[in-house]
Write a protein that binds this ligand. Structure first.
Ligand SMILES: Cc1cc2nc3c(=O)[nH]c(=O)nc-3n(C[C@H](O)[C@H](O)[C@H](O)COP(=O)(O)OP(=O)(O)OC[C@H]3O[C@@H](n4cnc5c(N)ncnc54)[C@H](O)[C@@H]3O)c2cc1C
Length: 410
């Protein structure tokens, strides 16, 4: 099916990718977004081979490699024990890796492509709901206005979408995030996401995120796990006790901590686990975080959003009616979405919880076992987003990047 009039709500990675793919599929696409620029909810994220496969199809993978930082390894220690050591290369038959990237870089890459394609972006438009008018659907805005009806509305408004019924739950833990200069000494490996834990109640992480817009040198995303109900106390206590706590857990972080002078340099991101039961409605598709969101422990959300956008474009291309196309797009993704929602719910308490038992098992049993094959390959496949072979039904290929030029982060 071609030539549909489609409104896409939300200019996150999901909405922007969907706009590009559907524009290429011969549809008239309009984007609606409340902000003029991306909001700093978390400074960095990991692109995995799944999301990279979609970016490769869009011709944007080289730009992501150039602006981000190649990540070959995930490494975590609790005290003196190595409890996480995942090498992407452990997957046989694929020289895979991830990309650490600033959220603003990913936005810029997709947004620039949208502008080049001439797709209209209506910014400063806050969505409040939608209404079915015959077989079409109109958007309701928070200023009381209603749009013309569209053949299809795509809800890519993220976790708190007003276009879907509320569902799921906020998690007890979130994290403070900051973008900092990559340390010029050799303290950190520029191709490793490094983490330190004490039980599951303390976690610090350093992710290389390349050179974001407006910067000239490589940056690190620094994150610190924090219970949402302790955020006010953290602010009131000032930076000194917190810095001492971080330095006690991970002395190498001092060069990063020295760059933090104001609590406002840190943004608190709260996580939620939610999965919509009915992502396909008449003339309405919920995709990306609007369909399913989870804690970023496995680093999959943006990648799942890109896969959803690709699948929806495939579904609409394969079917003769809007609703059948949306249902097909959802069908192509449902198994992988449910698998990763389940895996993320399983693994989140291992790294962020008040449990004493779960991190004990992690440190004493799972950590040592995970260094042995086939656990090494299983873990690499899990963080890559490739469990359940999600690319096959989508006609995507995970060998795309072998030919792509690698750009060093630092
Ligand atoms: C701290 C943190 C770290 C993360 N790390 C990773 C990672 O390493 N790897 C990974 O893959 N994922 C990660 N994620 C998850 C990832 O960011 C999300 O899964 C991804 O951004 C979802 O994309 P989306 O386009 O569906 O939604 P969003 O990115 O949430 O985009 C939604 C868009 O809709 C707009 N919008 C919302 N409501 C309205 C409204 N009412 N009217 C108009 N516009 C509206 C928003 O402004 C936004 O532009 C992380 C998330 C957080 C919070």
């Amino acid at each position: 099916m071609r030539g549909l009039d489609i409104a896409i709500a939300g200019c996150g990675p999901c909405g922007l990718a969907a706009a590009l793919l559907l524009h290429r599929g011969g549809h008239q696409v309009s984007l609606f977004e409340r902000f003029k620029a991306p909001q700093p909810i978390g400074s960095g994220l990991m692109l995995q081979p799944t999301g990279m496969a979609v970016l490769a199809k869009l011709g944007l993978l080289d730009a992501a490699l150039a602006r981000g930082s190649r990540v070959d390894r995930l490494f975590g220690m609790a005290g003196k024990r190595v409890v996480l050591d995942v090498h992407y290369a452990a997957m046989r038959g694929a020289a895979t890796f991830g990309i650490g990237i600033h959220r603003a870089s990913l936005f810029a890459i997709l947004h620039e492509a949208v502008l080049r394609a001439g797709i209209p972006v209506h910014s400063g438009r806050t969505l409040a709901g939608s209404a079915l008018l015959g077989k079409k659907r109109a958007l309701h805005f928070s200023d009381g206005q209603t749009s013309a009806p569209y053949d299809l509305v795509i809800d890519a408004l993220g976790t708190w979408t007003p276009l879907a019924p509320p569902t799921g739950r906020e998690l007890t833990y979130g994290a403070l995030w900051a973008s900092l200069d990559w340390p010029s000494d050799a303290t950190f490996d520029p191709h490793t996401l490094a983490q330190r834990y004490a039980w599951a109640s303390k976690m610090a992480g350093v992710l290389p995120i390349g050179i974001p817009p407006g910067a000239t040198t490589p940056k690190a995303a620094f994150f610190w796990s924090l219970r949402a109900d302790r955020l006010d106390a953290w602010r009131e206590a000032g930076l000194a006790p917190w810095k001492a706590e971080v330095a006690a857990l991970w002395p190498d972080c001092e060069t990063l901590l020295d760059q933090i002078h104001d609590p406002n340099q840190l943004t608190f991101a709260r996580y939620a686990h939610r999965t919509l039961a009915a992502p396909a409605e008449p003339a309405l598709a919920h995709i990306g975080d609007a369909w399913h969101s989870a804690s970023p422990q496995l680093g999959q959300g943006a990648n799942m959003a890109l896969l959803d956008a690709w699948a929806l474009a495939q579904g609409l291309g394969q079917e003769d009616s809007v609703d059948a196309g949306v249902r097909q797009g959802i069908r192509l993704r449902r198994r992988h979405v449910l698998t990763y929602q389940w895996l993320t719910a399983l693994f989140t308490p291992v790294y962020q919880s008040d449990s004493r038992f779960v991190p004990l098992i992690r440190d004493r049993l799972v950590g040592p076992l995970s260094k042995l094959w086939p656990a090494t390959a299983i873990q690499a496949s899990m963080v890559s987003g490739l469990v359940g072979n999600p690319l096959l039904p989508l006609g995507l290929d995970k060998a795309f990047h072998v030919a792509a030029p690698l750009v060093e982060a630092a």
